[in-house]
Design a protein around this ligand. Structure first.
Ligand SMILES: [Zn+2]
Length: 82
């Protein structure tokens, strides 16, 4: 859907993208930390034919990249793999 612009449900080429907004809205963000101090935002792809929606985290987002690299670091410390 993101690449093709075609809805997987109704097969119409009627998909529009709504970019992530870094506003105060909580409806387009993912909480990354327990205390809610870190967030990342996602883009919405909506089919105007049937209303089906997909969401993608913006992988370019600085908060996301910071969180992800820390997460991978922590996971490798927990691992028994040497
Ligand atoms: Zn559709």
């Amino acid at each position: 859907m993101k690449q093709s612009g075609i809805c997987p449900k109704c097969k119409k080429a009627a998909v529009i993208q709504i970019k992530a907004f870094k506003g105060s809205s909580t409806s387009n963000r993912v909480q990354l930390s327990k205390w809610g101090t870190q967030f990342t935002f996602f883009d919405n792809f909506i089919c105007t034919g049937c209303g089906y929606m997909e969401q993608y985290v913006n992988l370019e987002d600085k908060n996301w990249q910071k969180w992800l690299s820390k997460k991978l670091e922590d996971d490798s410390l927990d691992s028994d793999f040497v």
